[in-house]
Every structure is written in C-alpha cells, then in structure tokens.
Design a protein around this ligand. Sequence first.
Ligand code: ZN
Length: 385
Amino acid sequence: MFNILKKSKYNFSRAGEVITNHGKFQTPVFMPPATKAAVKALSPQDLQEIGIEIILVNALHLHLRPTEELINSFGGIHNYMGWPKTILSDSGGFQGWSFSQKRYSAKLGVLSKVTDKGIEFISPYDGSKHFIDAEKAIEIQFKIGSDIIMAFDDCSPNLDNKNYVKLSLERTKKWALKSLKRFQELKKMAPENNTLIFGIVQGGSFLDLRLEALNFITSLPFDGLALGGETIGYDMPRTLEILDALRSSIPYDKPLYTMGLGASPYDIIEVIKRGVDMFDCVSPARLARHGALYNGRLVIGDNSSGSDISFESEYRKGLLKISNSCFAADKFPIDHECNCYTCQNFSRAYLHHLYLIKEPLYFRLATWHNLYFITQLLHRLRENI
Ligand SMILES: [Zn+2]
C-alpha cells in the first residue's frame, strides 16, 4: 500500500510511505543491493543504524546459491539473513541479460540464452544448467519470502536496433501477464500475505516503445511500476527524456521505481523532481570500496522556481578520492557536515592509510559513509518537498 504524504507545488516530487509485510519505508528511498543476501561490508545492524529501511536481493542468484528451498526452511529470507525490515527481490531478468552479455565462457561455454519461453543459463558457479520462466521466477521470490516481488522481464539493451528491442518488449509483455497470474494464484493460497508485485516497463531508449510498454503495464493490477533496461541510469540524459515523455501517462497513485539508478547525487535529485520514489544501485557501495567517497551538500533556494534544489561539491561528481596523497595527513573527516559514524570518528588521513593497506575495516567505514550520505540526502530532499 502506498500513501502520498506530501507533494511539491513545483515539480513531480512527492514524499510518501509504502507499507509491506515488514513495516513501512519512507519514499523517496534508496535501496542498497544485497544481491546474494548480504550488503557488502555491512551487517544488518549497521544498515539499521544508517537508517536503511529496505534492501534488494536477487532471486536468480539466490536460486543458484543457497537455493530458495534452503532459505524457505529458515522461515524465509528475513530470518535467514537477520534483516527485519522490507526486502524487494529482483526477478533475475537483468542477470539473465548480464550473463548473456558475457555469452561465452571458455570454461563453461555459452552462459545464457533468452527465448520466448524464458532464460536458459549455465550457473557461473558450477557449470550446472538452469531454466527460468515467468512462473518459476515468481515462485522463487514467493518461496524466499520477499515483500516486493518484481515481474519477470527481458531486460532491454541500450541498442539502436529497434526491431530487437520491439521483440524483447513483446516478450516482457507476455511475461508480465504470466508473472501476474502466477502471483495471484500464490497469493490466493496465502490470503494473509501482503506481498506486493511491481510491473516492469521496458522499451530500450525508444520513447514510443516505452510509452507502449507503460500503457500495457498500467492496464494490469500491479502494485507499483518500475522502469528497467540498460538505458535507465546508464544513459542519464536519455533516462530523463524517457521520464519526461512518460510522465503524463504514469499513474500518480503507484510507487515509481527506476532500476539500477542512484550513483550520483546530481542524478538522484533530477529523477526525484520527475516523480521517482524508489531506486537501487550498486554504485554507492562499490565506489566506496574503490576509494570514491561522497562529499558535498544540497543547496536549497526559496523554491520560487521549483527547480532550485541542487547539489554542490568541491570535488568532481561529488566524489573525494581517498587514495590521493593530499589526504595522507588530513585531519578532517570525509565530509564536514556528515554525521555518520565514520565522519564523527575518523580522519581522511586514517581512511587513506586503511585504503592503501587494504584493511577490511576500510571497506566497512567507507561503505557506511557512502550509504549514510545518500540516505541523509534523501531525508533532506523529503523534508524540502
Ligand atoms: Zn560520513
């Protein structure tokens, strides 16, 4: 269930809350990926101290290891990984696509093949053969005990080949119907279960295909909408064009999720102004592990134009590179205004040292800061809607 609590007078941004089987989370929200049932370098306790309310796992990865049966035998994914709040699961369409990008492994042969029936693939772990279709993808997510299930989709590449993207979209439409049908059957068997299902809008970088996809998905009773495909978040100017082109056709009463977007504070502000409520991205944690730490602040004007919320930083893309020798004796925290555990207790000099010696503590402190930084940025954005 989605409640809109506040909306902007100047743009499409809104503050809301989504209620799930495991409490509620505030939107706009950033969801850190815990692809294989762990957010790299942080414990569930750390995540809660940071203020994270929802994380994302991947059904296809968990199907391979440790399997949905094993997770189910622990009473579900929340018990298995010790995370008490909301979990959204991705159906595996993206992984099917990402395996197929590699196409061939010298050791394992062809890694995946997408047909109208589903995705055939070889486990990158042990070479075993697997097949997933829409029904199976929903069953895995249900068995895991996810709070928000994603429909099975064929992730469209950021290609100029319109015929290919059109074919792929037809596949996604068929799979959306099958996903919804299986979801409704499973929910009938567990009426007390408040699991939600989101539909995925594909269509690559083509505005007419995106609109066709949106109209199809919104004609079905999904609880939320997601924009998927390689283009989203990867090609930001096109992502914003797609959001602008679709905006007047997007239903206002459902949460809107841009999949795989959230690497940069600049991008986050732009999509929130266009009405996006949820996003996930591996980048904040990955950037942290590679020494790129967020630094900067929101600049909020008098809002008379509705577009005067922006982000500024003295560092390029708002990222401080901790490996830089200029930080070797720097007594300041990563960010002067950040109240995170790392910034309250450690200097840039100490983090620089930990990074150079690849100390595991570095990964924890750096990831803590980057996730806290994005979470706080959203908190301030929500306050200013
Ligand atoms: Zn910090």
